[in-house]
Design a protein around this ligand. Structure first.
Ligand code: CDP
Ligand code: CDP
Length: 220
């Protein structure tokens, strides 16, 4: 792809966005940013100071104080971190504080970014936008297997309930709600493994990115 290509990968929890976005980035030679980590790290910092992740004043201050080291923390995943991330993500001032970092990351050399609002808010003019989804049952199954792989004992019904709650919270917030951009390509991976999802996504992206490149010398 041409210099500065931005690919937006959005979708609900445990749809396989990260897995897919990372592979797309490697295949296309682009940097990759997991934007969920930013919200997770802010949520963690708020929990660390003993505050409620819905506290807008504390959450904004912690978002502004975020450092690269926060993104390396080992405690950014798990039910507590998931819900704290989603709570701080509903606060407009937190989202505003994280916007420039995401835009700067993508602007310089292009990038693949995954999250909830990459195609709608962060990069509304991204060359390619994928909205990756799967049935809630399948997504819960994936997250459950992921947790088990990390040695975390979890109750499948509880994993599914947590995903439903978080998706509802993310989709119903007034600011940057989870929804496909109007020009997003929706990829339902319910019946696809990670390999098949990657192959389908790469084809969609190549079609789109190809079209986005104007032929040299011709008016567009
Ligand atoms: O990996 P998973 O899909 O479970 O979550 P994530 O992408 O790490 O995002 C964690 C939370 O951060 C989400 O539930 C959203 O509330 C929030 N988020 C957001 O609001 N906007 C983004 N661009 C990325 C994440
Ligand atoms: O980033 P997001 O929360 O959307 O998902 P993820 O962290 O990439 O995790 C998805 C999990 O489902 C990983 O364990 C993948 O191996 C698996 N998976 C997938 O990513 N894509 C599929 N089509 C099927 C399974």
């Amino acid at each position: 792809p041409r210099h500065g290509t931005v690919i937006a990968v959005d979708g609900p929890a445990a749809a396989g966005k990260g897995t897919l976005a990372r592979r797309l980035a490697a295949a296309l030679g682009l940097p990759y940013l997991d934007t969920g980590l930013l919200y997770r790290a802010v949520g963690r910092r708020v929990l660390d100071v003993g505050a409620d992740p819905r506290d807008a004043t504390v959450a904004e201050a912690e978002a502004r104080a975020l450092t690269a080291a926060d993104l390396e923390r080992s405690d950014l995943r798990g039910p507590m971190a998931d819900m704290a991330a989603s709570a701080v993500a509903a606060i407009p001032a937190v989202r505003a504080a994280l916007l420039d970092f995401q835009r700067d990351f993508g602007r310089s050399r292009g990038a693949v970014l995954d999250g909830r609002d990459i195609g709608t808010v962060v990069f509304p003019h991204a060359q390619a936008k994928l909205f990756v989804t799967a049935s809630v049952e399948e997504r819960a199954r994936r997250r459950f297997l992921e947790l088990r792989g990390r040695g975390v004992a979890a109750d499948p019904a509880q994993v599914e309930a947590e995903i439903r709650d978080r998706d509802a919270q993310d989709a119903n917030r007034p600011v940057a709600p989870l929804k496909p951009a109007e020009d997003a390509m929706v990829l339902d991976t319910t019946a696809l493994d990670a390999e098949a999802a990657f192959a389908a996504a790469l084809e969609l992206v190549r079609e789109r990115v190809g079209q986005a490149v104007p032929e040299r010398g011709k008016p567009t």
